[in-house]
Write a protein that binds this ligand. Structure first.
Ligand code: S6P
Ligand code: ZN
Length: 193
């Protein structure tokens, strides 16, 4: 099958986006990788995480930044691929963050695999949305967001967010989310903590 591709002429180079699989190609694409070593304190069972192979890849993010980070009015775009796996019974997931400019929102959409999007308000009220290919998710401002792969294959999703949003990881590092997603006897369970 011929992949559907879109070229975005930016930064004097072009980006190709394969919609069906969420792959971004081009000289201006920035790739980041998060292994178990980068995720200290993220999983409930920190002793188990620290005893596991630190080189295991948990997720990767490919982004395009058409304007300077922090500039008002622009948009950033990226795809995230979370590998299947667990630490104990807790599924692989992203670190999660509020935006530094806390009122800024974001769109996510499911591309491949099966996931859960955790959305937490500043008062720690939490809700979960199921992510599947074609699902669309609006993340309002003032809402922390974390994604979890609850399937057996990579869970891939797209994201688009304001170029002045920034990332506040510190609040989540200190306080965590108010729910965890675990493998239960009958499938994934969102367990409030
Ligand atoms: C950026 C957007 C995503 C995440 C990515 C990784 O605002 O929400 O691109 O950065 O899914 O998650 P995290 O929490 O490690 O940044
Ligand atoms: Zn975000």
């Amino acid at each position: 099958m011929i992949p559907m591709q879109t070229s975005i002429p930016i930064l004097n180079s072009s980006i190709d986006f394969e919609f069906a699989v969420g792959l971004l190609h081009g000289a201006a694409v920035v790739d980041e990788y998060r292994t178990l070593a980068d995720l200290e304190g993220v999983f409930d069972d920190e002793d188990l995480r620290s005893s596991m192979d630190p080189t295991i890849l948990v997720y990767s993010v490919s982004c395009v930044f058409p304007v300077k980070n922090g500039k008002e009015g622009g948009l950033f775009f990226g795809t995230t691929s979370i590998r299947p796996g667990t630490v104990g019974d807790e599924y692989f997931m992203t670190k999660g963050h509020f935006h530094s400019k806390i009122d800024t929102a974001e769109f996510y959409w499911g591309i491949k695999g099966e996931g859960v999007l955790l959305l937490m308000n500043e008062d720690r009220t939490i809700r979960a949305e199921r992510m599947v290919p074609g699902s669309l998710h609006y993340i309002p401002g003032r809402t922390a967001h974390r994604t979890v792969n609850v399937g057996e294959e990579p869970m891939i999703f797209g994201a688009c967010w304001p170029s002045d949003a920034g990332h506040n990881y510190e609040k989540i590092r200190q306080e965590g989310f108010s729910a965890r997603v675990r493998r239960g006897p009958h499938g994934p369970e969102v367990v409030e903590v």
